[in-house]
Design a protein around this ligand. Structure first.
Ligand SMILES: [Zn+2]
Length: 114
């Protein structure tokens, strides 16, 4: 079980992203209805959906995974063609956004320190 039993928001740069705990994440996906998902970021809704009652380690993994999808979207990196990605470019894109995320979400980060 997670310490977060209700919906909450995280701050990513200028954006307040709602983290919504739901019974079935797939319902919110526009893609393959047969896939099994623990989490999903929907950019135009500024919402991360996460399956309710995940084990804490899976919840933490899923929250960070979807946060990175949100960062990737907000950074504009989706406009870069995949063949141009290098390790240095990816790390350089993610680093300042992760710095902001760490600075702006101390209550969420407590979950990762136990
Ligand atoms: Zn993903």
């Amino acid at each position: 079980m997670t310490k977060f039993s209700d919906d909450f928001t995280i701050t990513i740069g200028q954006h307040e992203v709602l983290v919504k705990l739901v019974d079935d994440v797939v319902k919110y996906s526009e893609y393959n209805p047969d896939q099994h998902l623990f989490g999903l970021f929907i950019s135009d809704k500024l919402t991360i959906y996460i399956q309710k009652n995940l084990h804490t380690s899976l919840f933490k993994d899923t929250l960070l995974h979807e946060t990175l999808h949100a960062i990737w979207f907000f950074s504009g990196a989706t406009a870069i063609e995949a063949e141009h990605y290098t390790e240095e470019i990816i790390v350089s894109i993610l680093t300042p956004w992760l710095m902001l995320f760490i600075r702006d979400n101390p209550e969420v980060l407590e979950l990762y320190i136990d």
